[in-house]
Design a protein around this ligand. Structure first.
Ligand SMILES: [Zn+2]
Length: 364
């Protein structure tokens, strides 16, 4: 019988301890990874929520990711005793939020950035995202909005990110690519895009817009298989640069109607090229919702529904969606909102807070 020398026994015991610890570490790592995977899998089943808040023909669109990160695109109008900021905060509370991580300002018109000072007085905001400085110096209301924004920036209470086309917003779980900013657009197509756009034939050359609208910060959002397009008030001259002759955006199931449905945005080249399944229009009774813009959307190939924040008086009986697709029909205004729940498999639903009814759209 051989005896293991003491030093060898000591070594083998140390080796066993080391192996046990290593195995334990591997198991802990594996367990941790599995837990992380299952947490992600659980998150994957949670929807991306998008609230379309009624700010009377301005924009205020609130995105809430499955892990609770928040992006608000624009803040509605100034004045009115903080009406629009109150409406945004009311919806944020309904969404279970106590702060907003990112406020994206598409451009410096008062129906987009005007409500910001009142908003930050009501709810904490971490970071502003914008296209850079205001370029529209001939319009008093724009200058006023820009001045108010600068006054917020100099307080140093907020981070500011200025983006250019091709940048990715720093939001987890929602891939948002900047496609237009400060008058420039992406040069290369988005992944999977780049086909010729047959709808360019229906779009005449567009006049060059010199206002802040053409400088709108536009984003293309990918949440798994679900795609959402928001271009703020981007005008048709810039749409042509994005869409003709090559469609640099590809397809998006959800089109947040550009410029509230005004005639100088939302050309066939854009709308028909993107082929949305639904369009959501942030019009008011008397702003946006023009019959010509509505007709272009209505005749988009593969369109299933148009949803509107308001009945459009100009649209009359022929150019409005059926009433169940309108958050605020003709009559007293109750600031009803629309809520889109988007799933990573590409399916989604839209809830009308007025009717309390939800329409489901399965994957295609
Ligand atoms: Zn606008």
């Amino acid at each position: 019988m051989s005896r293991t020398p003491h030093s060898a026994r000591k070594f083998s015991s140390a080796l066993r301890t080391h192996l046990a610890r290593t195995l334990g570490a591997i198991l802990i790592t594996l367990f941790g990874t599995c837990a992380a995977i299952s947490a992600n899998a659980a998150d994957d089943e949670k929807p991306l929520r998008v609230y379309f808040i009624d700010v009377e023909g301005g924009q205020a669109t609130l995105f809430v990711t499955p892990d609770g990160q928040t992006l608000l695109i624009d803040t509605g109008w100034p004045d009115n005793d903080g009406r629009d900021a109150d409406r945004i905060v009311a919806v944020a509370k309904k969404a279970g939020l106590s702060r907003i991580n990112y406020v994206l300002i598409t451009h410096y018109h008062s129906d987009h950035v005007g409500g910001l000072p009142q908003l930050v007085a009501r709810i904490p905001v971490d970071t502003f995202i914008d296209h850079g400085d205001n370029r529209e110096i001939g319009e008093a209301s724009t200058l006023q909005s820009w001045k108010a924004y600068q006054e917020l920036l100099v307080t140093n209470k907020f981070k500011r990110i200025t983006v250019k086309p091709g940048d990715i917003l720093p939001i987890l779980r929602m891939h948002a690519t900047v496609v237009s900013s400060d008058g420039a657009v992406i040069q290369a197509p988005l992944p999977g895009a780049g086909d010729p756009n047959p709808a360019c034939k229906q779009s005449a050359t567009q006049p060059i817009d010199q206002t802040e609208n053409a400088r709108s910060l536009g984003i293309f959002i990918t949440f798994g298989n679900l795609k959402i397009l928001d271009l703020g008030d981007l005008t048709s001259d810039k749409e042509m640069q994005l869409m003709c002759p090559m469609n640099k955006l590809g397809k998006a199931a959800i089109y947040i109607v550009s410029h509230h449905g005004s005639p100088n945005s939302g050309s066939p080249a854009l709308v028909h090229g993107v082929e949305p399944r639904v369009a959501v229009m942030d019009n008011s009774a008397k702003k946006g919702g023009s019959p010509s813009a509505w007709e272009i959307i209505k005749h988009s190939p593969h369109l299933e529904d148009i949803w509107q924040l308001h009945f459009s008086i100009e649209g009359g009986k022929d150019h409005n969606a059926p009433e169940e697709y309108i958050a605020n029909p003709d009559g007293p205004d109750a600031a009803n909102y629309l809520l889109l729940n988007g799933n990573s498999d590409g399916s989604f639903s839209i809830f009308n807070s007025r009717t309390q009814k939800t329409k489901h759209y399965s994957t295609r």
